[in-house]
Design a protein around this ligand. Structure first.
Ligand code: XLS
Ligand code: CA
Ligand code: CA
Length: 438
């Protein structure tokens, strides 16, 4: 086996906050027990194949800046194997427990459906072989139903039923492979499930197609005995102007409409939350409220830009609040934290890729440790509990539990002449409290 571009790098180790070594973990101490279990089991970090192995640094204004041996001309299957070798070498360096992929990240498109599927299974077998001698497991698999021109008008929501059938076939095989590789989840991001203009779009028909497609996926999961979670990844726009899976609340309404709210959860991405006009913690708390928090795509967007920059995370404050809501929700269960993040175009060396992950891992670990302190301390929760405390009084509970009708509430309020006085929300005081944990 040829040496990979990552082979000269030793495995990154935990050295503690005092370490000066730029390629060491300063906060991610995988086996440190926090809130009753090892940090690694709370965080379940994953490396994304597409950004780490397949992305070449090109953007709408310029060509590729990242050159890797498997990106040059040659036999596509041999190149894909080279890429897989490098991937597992990167996993070794980072020493993280999981990875994620799209079908097209691991295997090249063929000249027909049959050939494309054959390529995919060849590489899936190759990955299985690599996994047998590596520590890294599969957090989730997914299908790329957005890059090829056949998907330009969507996959499940395409006006052409042949594209629906092609997409269904692709997803079936991706689910088979995800199961065979022991994947903990299967993700569906509706890449082009949306529209550009209503002038050519039958909105009701497309939503019905999407609902049917998801039901087919859920049925198939049960048929093959896949015990992982099915996750939908919300995103409000890009590439289409109007994506159907806008945000968590929209996805939950959609799941309810198709009776899938107990079958499907969400994979939430920080950058997508920002594009939807939400904070990451808003999306996490909303999903937790509805019982559909599945997994996280860790990255950050640029508030000054209106697109999906997928940068590695750097904001400790917002990450700590996000982790706080993850812990409050009872953790991620079978989900994890996938670095759906890419290095900037000028960061084209293999070393840049490692620095990016080390920084992302440490930021999340540090944020989690801070959030665990916030939970253990209980001061933030106590403030919220106190704010809603009057709802525990029987006369107030009666307004929520169906005992009292609107006119009964009104009669009582009028007879008592209630006249509520304003209460402070204490926002600044609570913001100051959060600062004390950082
Ligand atoms: C793109 C999405 C994509 C999904 C997986 O914006 O984030 O990468 O996570 O298809
Ligand atoms: Ca994502
Ligand atoms: Ca993204």
């Amino acid at each position: 086996m040829a040496k990979s571009v990552f082979s000269t790098f030793p495995t990154v180790k935990f050295e503690g906050p005092q370490s000066d070594n730029a390629l060491a973990y300063r906060y991610y101490e995988a086996d440190k027990i926090v809130l009753g279990k090892p940090l690694a089991e709370h965080l379940r970090f994953a490396v994304a194949f597409w950004h780490s192995l397949a992305m070449n640094g090109s953007d709408p204004f310029g060509s590729a800046t990242i050159e890797r041996p498997w990106m040059t001309a040659g036999d596509p299957i041999a190149q894909a194997k080279l890429k897989a070798d490098a991937a597992f070498d990167l996993f070794r360096v980072l020493d993280l427990p999981f990875y994620t992929f799209h079908d097209r990240d691991i295997a090249p498109e063929g000249g027909s459906l049959k050939e494309s599927l054959a390529n995919f299974h060849t590489l899936a077998d190759y990955l299985q072989q690599k996994m047998s001698s590596a520590k890294t497991k599969l957090l989730w698999g997914t299908a790329n139903l957005f890059s090829h021109p056949r998907f330009m008008a969507g996959a499940a929501t395409n006006p052409d039923p042949a594209v629906f059938a092609y997409s269904a076939t692709t997803v079936k095989h991706c689910m088979d492979v995800t199961k065979a590789l022991g994947g903990a989840n299967y993700v569906l991001w509706g890449g082009r499930e949306g529209y550009e203009t209503l002038l050519n779009t039958d909105l009701a028909h497309e939503l019905k197609q999407l609902g049917r497609f998801l039901s087919l996926v859920v049925n198939y999961k049960h048929n093959i005995g896949f015990t992982g979670q099915i996750l939908v990844e919300p995103k409000p726009k890009e590439p289409t102007a109007h994506q159907y899976d806008f945000d968590t609340a929209t996805v939950y309404g959609f799941l309810k409409e198709y009776g899938l709210e107990k079958e499907v959860k969400v994979n939430l991405e920080a950058n997508h939350a920002l594009l939807a006009g939400h904070s990451f913690e808003h999306e996490i708390a909303t999903a937790a409220t509805f019982g559909i928090l599945g997994s996280l795509d860790i990255n950050r967007g640029d508030p000054l830009l209106g697109w999906d920059t997928d940068q590695f995370p750097a904001d400790l404050y917002s990450m700590a609040l996000s982790m706080y809501h993850v812990i409050k929700a009872g953790g991620l269960g079978m989900g994890g934290m996938n670095f759906d993040a890419k290095v900037r175009r000028q960061s084209f060396t293999p070393e840049d890729m490692i620095h990016a992950h080390v920084g992302g891992v440490d930021l999340c670990a540090r944020a989690f440790l801070i959030a665990a302190k916030m939970v253990e301390d209980g001061k933030l929760q106590a403030a919220v509990d106190a704010r809603y405390g009057d709802w525990n009084k029987p006369e107030n509970t009666a307004m929520l539990d169906g005992t009292l009708s609107l006119d009964q509430i009104a009669a009582k309020a009028e007879s008592q002449g209630i006249w509520p006085s304003p209460r402070s929300g204490k926002q600044e005081q609570l913001e100051n409290l959060v600062q004390r944990y950082l």
